[in-house]
Design a protein around this ligand. Structure first.
Ligand code: ZN
Length: 478
Protein backbone atom coordinates (compact mmCIF):
# COMPACT_ATOMS: atom_id res chain seq x y z
CA UNK A 1 0.00 0.00 0.00
CA UNK A 2 1.31 3.39 -0.92
CA UNK A 3 1.94 5.48 2.14
CA UNK A 4 0.84 9.07 1.82
CA UNK A 5 1.98 11.93 4.01
CA UNK A 6 -1.41 11.94 5.74
CA UNK A 7 -0.62 8.49 7.15
CA UNK A 8 2.38 9.87 8.99
CA UNK A 9 1.48 11.09 12.49
CA UNK A 10 4.59 13.23 12.78
CA UNK A 11 3.79 15.00 9.55
CA UNK A 12 0.22 15.47 10.73
CA UNK A 13 1.46 17.01 13.94
CA UNK A 14 3.71 19.34 11.96
CA UNK A 15 0.84 20.15 9.65
CA UNK A 16 -1.24 21.01 12.64
CA UNK A 17 1.37 23.38 14.04
CA UNK A 18 1.80 24.90 10.63
CA UNK A 19 -1.95 25.35 10.42
CA UNK A 20 -2.06 27.16 13.74
CA UNK A 21 0.80 29.40 12.67
CA UNK A 22 -0.83 30.10 9.34
CA UNK A 23 -4.14 30.86 10.99
CA UNK A 24 -2.40 33.23 13.39
CA UNK A 25 -0.87 34.94 10.39
CA UNK A 26 -4.25 35.03 8.73
CA UNK A 27 -5.65 36.61 11.87
CA UNK A 28 -2.91 39.25 11.90
CA UNK A 29 -3.49 40.00 8.22
CA UNK A 30 -7.19 40.23 9.00
CA UNK A 31 -6.52 42.74 11.79
CA UNK A 32 -4.34 44.76 9.49
CA UNK A 33 -7.07 44.70 6.91
CA UNK A 34 -9.55 45.82 9.54
CA UNK A 35 -7.50 48.93 10.19
CA UNK A 36 -7.67 49.77 6.52
CA UNK A 37 -11.34 48.91 6.20
CA UNK A 38 -13.56 49.69 9.18
CA UNK A 39 -16.49 47.79 7.70
CA UNK A 40 -14.72 44.45 7.81
CA UNK A 41 -14.99 42.18 10.87
CA UNK A 42 -12.37 40.85 13.26
CA UNK A 43 -10.77 37.49 12.43
CA UNK A 44 -10.72 34.28 14.43
CA UNK A 45 -9.02 34.58 17.80
CA UNK A 46 -6.21 32.01 17.91
CA UNK A 47 -7.47 30.54 21.21
CA UNK A 48 -10.65 29.51 19.44
CA UNK A 49 -8.70 27.22 17.13
CA UNK A 50 -7.86 24.86 19.93
CA UNK A 51 -11.55 24.56 20.72
CA UNK A 52 -12.35 23.91 17.07
CA UNK A 53 -9.80 21.09 17.10
CA UNK A 54 -11.49 19.53 20.12
CA UNK A 55 -14.90 19.67 18.48
CA UNK A 56 -13.55 18.14 15.29
CA UNK A 57 -11.70 15.25 16.88
CA UNK A 58 -14.60 14.43 19.20
CA UNK A 59 -17.08 14.40 16.32
CA UNK A 60 -14.95 12.37 13.93
CA UNK A 61 -14.03 9.92 16.68
CA UNK A 62 -17.56 9.29 17.98
CA UNK A 63 -19.78 9.81 14.91
CA UNK A 64 -22.91 10.24 17.02
CA UNK A 65 -24.96 12.10 14.40
CA UNK A 66 -25.85 8.91 12.56
CA UNK A 67 -26.86 7.25 15.83
CA UNK A 68 -29.33 10.11 16.38
CA UNK A 69 -30.55 9.77 12.79
CA UNK A 70 -31.25 6.09 13.36
CA UNK A 71 -33.23 6.91 16.48
CA UNK A 72 -35.44 9.32 14.52
CA UNK A 73 -35.90 6.91 11.60
CA UNK A 74 -36.61 3.98 13.95
CA UNK A 75 -40.26 5.08 14.18
CA UNK A 76 -40.69 4.89 10.39
CA UNK A 77 -42.22 7.58 8.17
CA UNK A 78 -43.34 10.53 10.29
CA UNK A 79 -46.27 11.99 8.41
CA UNK A 80 -47.53 15.13 10.16
CA UNK A 81 -50.31 14.22 12.59
CA UNK A 82 -49.41 10.51 12.63
CA UNK A 83 -48.63 8.38 15.67
CA UNK A 84 -45.07 7.95 14.30
CA UNK A 85 -44.60 11.72 14.36
CA UNK A 86 -45.81 11.77 17.99
CA UNK A 87 -43.36 9.00 18.83
CA UNK A 88 -40.51 10.96 17.22
CA UNK A 89 -41.40 13.96 19.43
CA UNK A 90 -41.16 11.77 22.54
CA UNK A 91 -37.91 10.07 21.51
CA UNK A 92 -36.04 13.22 20.55
CA UNK A 93 -37.18 15.16 23.63
CA UNK A 94 -35.98 12.27 25.80
CA UNK A 95 -32.68 12.05 23.87
CA UNK A 96 -31.92 15.74 24.38
CA UNK A 97 -32.77 15.40 28.07
CA UNK A 98 -30.48 12.38 28.41
CA UNK A 99 -27.70 14.30 26.66
CA UNK A 100 -27.93 16.83 29.47
CA UNK A 101 -28.83 19.96 27.51
CA UNK A 102 -29.60 22.91 29.79
CA UNK A 103 -33.27 23.07 28.81
CA UNK A 104 -35.46 20.72 26.80
CA UNK A 105 -39.12 21.35 26.07
CA UNK A 106 -41.86 21.00 23.47
CA UNK A 107 -44.19 23.67 22.10
CA UNK A 108 -47.62 22.69 20.72
CA UNK A 109 -48.43 23.02 17.01
CA UNK A 110 -51.91 22.52 15.55
CA UNK A 111 -51.44 20.49 12.37
CA UNK A 112 -53.52 18.98 9.60
CA UNK A 113 -53.77 15.22 9.39
CA UNK A 114 -53.75 13.67 5.94
CA UNK A 115 -53.90 9.87 5.73
CA UNK A 116 -52.76 7.81 2.75
CA UNK A 117 -54.88 4.76 3.51
CA UNK A 118 -54.44 1.48 1.69
CA UNK A 119 -51.75 1.43 -1.01
CA UNK A 120 -52.76 3.05 -4.29
CA UNK A 121 -53.33 0.99 -7.43
CA UNK A 122 -53.14 1.91 -11.09
CA UNK A 123 -53.48 -0.12 -14.29
CA UNK A 124 -53.19 0.75 -17.96
CA UNK A 125 -55.94 -0.85 -20.03
CA UNK A 126 -55.32 -0.87 -23.77
CA UNK A 127 -57.33 -2.73 -26.41
CA UNK A 128 -54.14 -2.91 -28.51
CA UNK A 129 -51.45 -3.63 -25.89
CA UNK A 130 -53.23 -5.32 -23.01
CA UNK A 131 -53.00 -4.34 -19.35
CA UNK A 132 -50.05 -3.21 -17.28
CA UNK A 133 -49.84 -2.07 -13.68
CA UNK A 134 -48.21 1.27 -12.83
CA UNK A 135 -46.45 2.42 -9.66
CA UNK A 136 -48.23 5.45 -8.27
CA UNK A 137 -48.67 7.18 -4.92
CA UNK A 138 -51.10 9.86 -3.83
CA UNK A 139 -49.77 13.38 -3.36
CA UNK A 140 -50.14 14.98 0.05
CA UNK A 141 -53.51 16.78 0.46
CA UNK A 142 -55.08 14.87 -2.41
CA UNK A 143 -58.50 13.40 -2.01
CA UNK A 144 -59.01 9.77 -2.95
CA UNK A 145 -61.02 8.17 -5.70
CA UNK A 146 -64.35 6.39 -5.18
CA UNK A 147 -63.94 2.91 -3.66
CA UNK A 148 -64.37 1.26 -7.06
CA UNK A 149 -61.67 3.52 -8.52
CA UNK A 150 -61.73 5.82 -11.49
CA UNK A 151 -61.11 4.97 -15.14
CA UNK A 152 -60.52 7.46 -17.94
CA UNK A 153 -58.60 8.18 -21.11
CA UNK A 154 -55.44 10.29 -20.95
CA UNK A 155 -54.07 13.57 -22.20
CA UNK A 156 -50.28 13.80 -21.91
CA UNK A 157 -48.75 17.27 -21.56
CA UNK A 158 -45.29 18.69 -20.92
CA UNK A 159 -46.20 22.21 -19.85
CA UNK A 160 -49.08 24.35 -18.60
CA UNK A 161 -49.08 26.06 -22.03
CA UNK A 162 -49.62 22.71 -23.73
CA UNK A 163 -52.39 21.96 -21.24
CA UNK A 164 -54.13 25.23 -22.15
CA UNK A 165 -53.73 24.55 -25.87
CA UNK A 166 -55.49 21.18 -25.42
CA UNK A 167 -58.24 22.51 -23.14
CA UNK A 168 -61.09 21.26 -25.34
CA UNK A 169 -59.82 17.66 -25.12
CA UNK A 170 -59.43 17.45 -21.37
CA UNK A 171 -62.94 17.12 -20.02
CA UNK A 172 -63.55 13.69 -18.46
CA UNK A 173 -59.91 12.61 -18.83
CA UNK A 174 -56.84 12.09 -16.66
CA UNK A 175 -54.13 14.66 -17.38
CA UNK A 176 -50.65 13.12 -17.40
CA UNK A 177 -47.97 15.75 -16.64
CA UNK A 178 -44.90 14.06 -18.09
CA UNK A 179 -42.34 16.75 -17.31
CA UNK A 180 -38.89 15.39 -16.38
CA UNK A 181 -36.59 17.34 -14.08
CA UNK A 182 -34.30 19.32 -16.38
CA UNK A 183 -31.07 17.31 -16.49
CA UNK A 184 -29.06 20.22 -17.86
CA UNK A 185 -29.57 22.20 -14.64
CA UNK A 186 -26.50 21.43 -12.56
CA UNK A 187 -28.01 22.28 -9.17
CA UNK A 188 -30.62 19.57 -8.44
CA UNK A 189 -32.69 21.79 -6.12
CA UNK A 190 -33.06 24.32 -8.95
CA UNK A 191 -34.25 21.58 -11.32
CA UNK A 192 -36.63 20.38 -8.62
CA UNK A 193 -37.97 23.89 -8.09
CA UNK A 194 -38.80 24.18 -11.78
CA UNK A 195 -40.61 20.84 -11.97
CA UNK A 196 -42.43 21.12 -8.62
CA UNK A 197 -45.05 23.54 -9.93
CA UNK A 198 -46.71 20.66 -11.83
CA UNK A 199 -46.95 18.61 -8.65
CA UNK A 200 -48.25 21.51 -6.57
CA UNK A 201 -50.63 23.18 -9.05
CA UNK A 202 -51.21 20.53 -11.73
CA UNK A 203 -54.49 19.18 -10.32
CA UNK A 204 -56.30 22.52 -10.15
CA UNK A 205 -54.93 23.63 -13.52
CA UNK A 206 -56.26 20.44 -15.10
CA UNK A 207 -59.54 20.59 -13.15
CA UNK A 208 -60.11 24.05 -14.66
CA UNK A 209 -60.70 22.27 -18.01
CA UNK A 210 -62.74 19.41 -16.59
CA UNK A 211 -60.08 16.76 -15.91
CA UNK A 212 -61.05 13.92 -13.53
CA UNK A 213 -57.59 13.23 -12.08
CA UNK A 214 -53.90 13.97 -12.66
CA UNK A 215 -50.79 11.80 -12.83
CA UNK A 216 -47.54 13.70 -12.23
CA UNK A 217 -44.14 12.35 -13.27
CA UNK A 218 -41.98 11.91 -10.15
CA UNK A 219 -39.25 14.45 -9.51
CA UNK A 220 -36.00 12.54 -9.71
CA UNK A 221 -33.21 12.30 -12.28
CA UNK A 222 -33.23 8.54 -11.78
CA UNK A 223 -35.23 6.19 -13.98
CA UNK A 224 -36.79 3.71 -11.57
CA UNK A 225 -40.03 2.27 -10.29
CA UNK A 226 -40.41 4.41 -7.15
CA UNK A 227 -43.08 7.08 -7.17
CA UNK A 228 -42.10 10.18 -5.15
CA UNK A 229 -44.81 11.92 -3.19
CA UNK A 230 -44.93 15.54 -2.02
CA UNK A 231 -47.34 18.34 -1.36
CA UNK A 232 -50.05 19.47 -3.78
CA UNK A 233 -52.49 22.33 -3.28
CA UNK A 234 -56.04 22.86 -4.41
CA UNK A 235 -57.17 26.17 -5.85
CA UNK A 236 -60.46 26.86 -4.06
CA UNK A 237 -62.01 28.13 -7.30
CA UNK A 238 -61.61 24.76 -9.08
CA UNK A 239 -63.17 21.34 -8.44
CA UNK A 240 -60.99 19.02 -6.35
CA UNK A 241 -59.69 16.00 -8.25
CA UNK A 242 -57.34 13.18 -7.16
CA UNK A 243 -53.62 13.75 -7.77
CA UNK A 244 -50.95 11.04 -7.83
CA UNK A 245 -47.27 10.76 -8.66
CA UNK A 246 -46.15 8.11 -11.13
CA UNK A 247 -42.63 6.64 -11.13
CA UNK A 248 -40.26 7.83 -13.85
CA UNK A 249 -40.08 4.33 -15.38
CA UNK A 250 -43.88 4.18 -15.29
CA UNK A 251 -44.09 7.59 -16.96
CA UNK A 252 -41.78 6.43 -19.77
CA UNK A 253 -43.84 3.27 -20.23
CA UNK A 254 -47.14 5.15 -20.25
CA UNK A 255 -45.72 7.61 -22.76
CA UNK A 256 -44.60 4.82 -25.09
CA UNK A 257 -47.97 3.02 -24.85
CA UNK A 258 -49.77 6.28 -25.67
CA UNK A 259 -47.74 6.51 -28.90
CA UNK A 260 -49.20 3.14 -29.95
CA UNK A 261 -52.68 3.53 -28.45
CA UNK A 262 -53.75 7.13 -27.75
CA UNK A 263 -57.17 5.80 -26.69
CA UNK A 264 -55.87 3.64 -23.85
CA UNK A 265 -57.39 4.09 -20.41
CA UNK A 266 -55.92 4.19 -16.94
CA UNK A 267 -57.73 2.89 -13.87
CA UNK A 268 -56.74 4.39 -10.51
CA UNK A 269 -57.70 3.72 -6.95
CA UNK A 270 -56.55 5.99 -4.14
CA UNK A 271 -57.72 5.72 -0.54
CA UNK A 272 -56.28 8.91 0.93
CA UNK A 273 -58.29 11.40 2.95
CA UNK A 274 -57.98 14.47 5.15
CA UNK A 275 -58.87 13.93 8.81
CA UNK A 276 -59.48 16.39 11.63
CA UNK A 277 -56.53 18.57 12.71
CA UNK A 278 -54.54 17.36 15.71
CA UNK A 279 -52.06 18.90 18.15
CA UNK A 280 -48.44 17.99 17.58
CA UNK A 281 -45.23 19.69 18.76
CA UNK A 282 -41.90 21.31 17.96
CA UNK A 283 -39.08 19.81 20.06
CA UNK A 284 -36.55 22.25 21.45
CA UNK A 285 -33.30 21.86 23.37
CA UNK A 286 -30.68 24.42 24.24
CA UNK A 287 -27.34 25.24 25.78
CA UNK A 288 -28.09 28.46 27.61
CA UNK A 289 -25.71 31.35 26.97
CA UNK A 290 -23.46 32.29 29.89
CA UNK A 291 -23.43 36.05 29.16
CA UNK A 292 -26.25 36.80 26.72
CA UNK A 293 -28.84 34.06 27.26
CA UNK A 294 -31.55 35.97 25.37
CA UNK A 295 -29.43 36.08 22.20
CA UNK A 296 -29.93 32.87 20.25
CA UNK A 297 -28.17 30.98 17.49
CA UNK A 298 -30.70 28.42 16.24
CA UNK A 299 -29.96 25.22 14.35
CA UNK A 300 -32.83 23.05 13.19
CA UNK A 301 -34.34 20.48 10.91
CA UNK A 302 -37.83 19.11 10.50
CA UNK A 303 -39.03 16.11 12.45
CA UNK A 304 -41.95 15.18 10.21
CA UNK A 305 -41.36 13.37 6.93
CA UNK A 306 -43.28 11.63 4.18
CA UNK A 307 -44.50 8.12 4.77
CA UNK A 308 -43.04 6.00 1.95
CA UNK A 309 -39.72 5.57 3.81
CA UNK A 310 -38.31 6.56 7.22
CA UNK A 311 -37.24 9.97 5.83
CA UNK A 312 -33.52 9.73 6.59
CA UNK A 313 -32.11 12.43 4.30
CA UNK A 314 -35.41 14.33 4.53
CA UNK A 315 -35.07 15.25 7.27
CA UNK A 316 -33.93 12.98 10.09
CA UNK A 317 -30.48 14.10 8.93
CA UNK A 318 -31.18 17.75 9.77
CA UNK A 319 -32.61 16.83 13.19
CA UNK A 320 -29.64 14.58 13.97
CA UNK A 321 -27.16 17.27 12.97
CA UNK A 322 -28.91 19.88 15.12
CA UNK A 323 -28.77 17.61 18.19
CA UNK A 324 -25.15 16.64 17.48
CA UNK A 325 -24.10 20.30 17.19
CA UNK A 326 -25.24 20.92 20.76
CA UNK A 327 -23.80 17.66 22.04
CA UNK A 328 -20.38 18.37 20.52
CA UNK A 329 -20.24 21.83 22.09
CA UNK A 330 -21.41 20.54 25.46
CA UNK A 331 -19.15 17.46 25.50
CA UNK A 332 -16.15 19.59 24.57
CA UNK A 333 -16.80 21.45 27.81
CA UNK A 334 -17.48 24.78 26.13
CA UNK A 335 -19.79 27.36 27.69
CA UNK A 336 -20.90 29.64 24.87
CA UNK A 337 -21.72 33.26 25.70
CA UNK A 338 -24.93 33.16 23.68
CA UNK A 339 -27.65 30.52 23.69
CA UNK A 340 -27.36 27.71 21.13
CA UNK A 341 -30.73 26.15 20.45
CA UNK A 342 -31.73 23.04 18.48
CA UNK A 343 -35.28 23.12 17.11
CA UNK A 344 -36.88 20.06 15.52
CA UNK A 345 -39.80 21.57 13.66
CA UNK A 346 -43.05 19.72 13.09
CA UNK A 347 -44.95 19.87 9.79
CA UNK A 348 -42.51 21.25 7.27
CA UNK A 349 -43.83 18.96 4.56
CA UNK A 350 -47.45 20.04 4.79
CA UNK A 351 -46.75 23.73 4.74
CA UNK A 352 -44.58 24.80 7.67
CA UNK A 353 -47.08 25.28 10.49
CA UNK A 354 -44.36 24.32 13.02
CA UNK A 355 -42.05 27.08 11.82
CA UNK A 356 -44.80 29.67 11.95
CA UNK A 357 -45.95 28.51 15.40
CA UNK A 358 -42.38 28.73 16.69
CA UNK A 359 -41.89 32.30 15.46
CA UNK A 360 -45.31 33.41 16.74
CA UNK A 361 -45.09 31.74 20.18
CA UNK A 362 -45.28 33.97 23.29
CA UNK A 363 -42.17 32.12 24.39
CA UNK A 364 -40.25 34.20 21.83
CA UNK A 365 -40.96 37.41 23.79
CA UNK A 366 -37.68 38.80 25.02
CA UNK A 367 -35.65 36.47 22.81
CA UNK A 368 -33.49 37.70 19.97
CA UNK A 369 -32.59 35.21 17.28
CA UNK A 370 -29.35 36.43 15.77
CA UNK A 371 -28.89 33.58 13.30
CA UNK A 372 -31.12 30.65 12.33
CA UNK A 373 -29.73 27.68 10.42
CA UNK A 374 -31.94 25.02 8.88
CA UNK A 375 -30.56 21.74 7.53
CA UNK A 376 -33.01 20.29 5.04
CA UNK A 377 -30.95 19.35 2.00
CA UNK A 378 -29.96 15.84 2.96
CA UNK A 379 -27.14 14.23 4.89
CA UNK A 380 -24.42 14.08 2.23
CA UNK A 381 -20.91 15.54 2.35
CA UNK A 382 -20.59 19.30 2.90
CA UNK A 383 -19.95 21.64 -0.02
CA UNK A 384 -20.36 25.18 1.28
CA UNK A 385 -22.07 27.57 3.64
CA UNK A 386 -24.78 30.03 2.67
CA UNK A 387 -26.20 32.91 4.70
CA UNK A 388 -28.68 35.64 3.89
CA UNK A 389 -26.39 38.50 4.94
CA UNK A 390 -23.17 39.44 3.17
CA UNK A 391 -21.66 40.87 6.36
CA UNK A 392 -21.97 37.53 8.10
CA UNK A 393 -20.12 35.86 5.25
CA UNK A 394 -17.29 38.35 5.79
CA UNK A 395 -17.26 37.42 9.48
CA UNK A 396 -16.98 33.73 8.60
CA UNK A 397 -14.29 34.12 5.92
CA UNK A 398 -11.40 33.53 8.34
CA UNK A 399 -12.97 30.17 9.27
CA UNK A 400 -12.96 29.00 5.67
CA UNK A 401 -9.29 28.20 5.88
CA UNK A 402 -9.95 25.83 8.76
CA UNK A 403 -13.12 24.32 7.29
CA UNK A 404 -11.78 23.65 3.79
CA UNK A 405 -10.22 20.27 4.62
CA UNK A 406 -13.64 19.16 5.87
CA UNK A 407 -15.22 19.98 2.51
CA UNK A 408 -16.35 23.60 2.76
CA UNK A 409 -15.39 25.11 -0.59
CA UNK A 410 -17.25 28.38 -0.49
CA UNK A 411 -19.34 30.93 1.38
CA UNK A 412 -22.26 32.40 -0.51
CA UNK A 413 -25.37 34.41 0.01
CA UNK A 414 -28.44 32.15 0.19
CA UNK A 415 -29.52 29.43 2.57
CA UNK A 416 -32.57 29.34 4.77
CA UNK A 417 -35.57 27.04 4.92
CA UNK A 418 -39.33 26.87 5.26
CA UNK A 419 -39.26 26.57 9.06
CA UNK A 420 -36.91 29.44 9.84
CA UNK A 421 -38.26 31.81 7.16
CA UNK A 422 -40.81 33.40 9.57
CA UNK A 423 -37.91 34.62 11.75
CA UNK A 424 -36.45 36.75 8.96
CA UNK A 425 -38.94 39.57 9.43
CA UNK A 426 -37.66 39.88 13.01
CA UNK A 427 -34.17 40.59 11.71
CA UNK A 428 -32.73 37.08 12.04
CA UNK A 429 -29.96 36.14 9.61
CA UNK A 430 -30.87 32.84 7.91
CA UNK A 431 -28.53 30.25 6.52
CA UNK A 432 -27.27 26.72 6.40
CA UNK A 433 -24.65 24.25 5.33
CA UNK A 434 -25.12 23.19 1.73
CA UNK A 435 -24.29 19.51 1.14
CA UNK A 436 -23.58 17.71 -2.10
CA UNK A 437 -26.98 16.93 -3.69
CA UNK A 438 -26.62 15.15 -7.04
CA UNK A 439 -28.17 11.98 -5.59
CA UNK A 440 -30.57 13.65 -3.19
CA UNK A 441 -33.62 13.28 -5.44
CA UNK A 442 -33.04 9.54 -5.78
CA UNK A 443 -34.29 9.39 -2.17
CA UNK A 444 -36.41 12.50 -1.70
CA UNK A 445 -40.07 11.73 -0.75
CA UNK A 446 -39.74 8.17 -2.09
CA UNK A 447 -39.25 4.64 -0.84
CA UNK A 448 -35.43 4.69 -0.83
CA UNK A 449 -34.84 7.30 1.89
CA UNK A 450 -33.66 4.92 4.60
CA UNK A 451 -30.89 5.42 7.19
CA UNK A 452 -28.45 3.24 5.25
CA UNK A 453 -28.36 5.84 2.46
CA UNK A 454 -26.82 8.44 4.78
CA UNK A 455 -23.10 7.94 5.38
CA UNK A 456 -22.19 8.39 9.07
CA UNK A 457 -18.96 10.26 8.36
CA UNK A 458 -20.52 12.62 5.83
CA UNK A 459 -23.32 13.44 8.27
CA UNK A 460 -20.84 13.93 11.11
CA UNK A 461 -18.83 16.38 9.01
CA UNK A 462 -21.96 18.48 8.66
CA UNK A 463 -22.40 18.50 12.44
CA UNK A 464 -18.72 19.25 13.15
CA UNK A 465 -18.62 22.16 10.72
CA UNK A 466 -21.86 23.62 12.03
CA UNK A 467 -20.75 23.16 15.64
CA UNK A 468 -17.62 25.17 14.87
CA UNK A 469 -19.49 27.89 12.97
CA UNK A 470 -22.25 28.10 15.58
CA UNK A 471 -19.87 28.11 18.53
CA UNK A 472 -17.90 30.89 16.82
CA UNK A 473 -21.08 32.95 16.32
CA UNK A 474 -22.21 32.27 19.89
CA UNK A 475 -18.88 33.54 21.22
CA UNK A 476 -18.26 36.42 18.86
CA UNK A 477 -21.81 37.57 18.05
CA UNK A 478 -22.81 38.80 14.61
ZN1 ZN B 1 -37.42 18.34 3.99
Amino acid sequence: MKRTHSDNPQRNHNNHRWLLAALTLFWLVGCNHRVQDRSSSPSVRPELLEKFEKIRSLGLHQEKAHEFLRLVTSVGGRLTGSSQADRAVELTARLMTELGFDRVWTEPVKVGHWVRGEKELATIRSSKLGTQSLEICALGHSLGTAVEGLEAGLVEVRSFEELASLKDKISGRIVFFNVPMNRTVLEPFAAYGQAASFRVHGASEAARYGARAVLIRSMTFRLDHNPHTGLMEYDERQPRIPAAAISTAGAELLHSWLQVDPELKVWLRMNCRQEEPVTSANVIGQLTGSEFPEEIILVGGHLDSWDLSPGAHDDAAGCAVAIEVLRLIKETGLKPKRTIRAVLFMDEEFGGTGGRAYAASDNRNGEKHLVAIEQDRGGAAPLGLAFSLENLLDRLKPLLYYLEPMGINWLRTGGGGVDIAPLQSKGTILGGLIPESQRYFDYHHGALDGPETVHPRELELQAVILAIVIYFLAEEGV
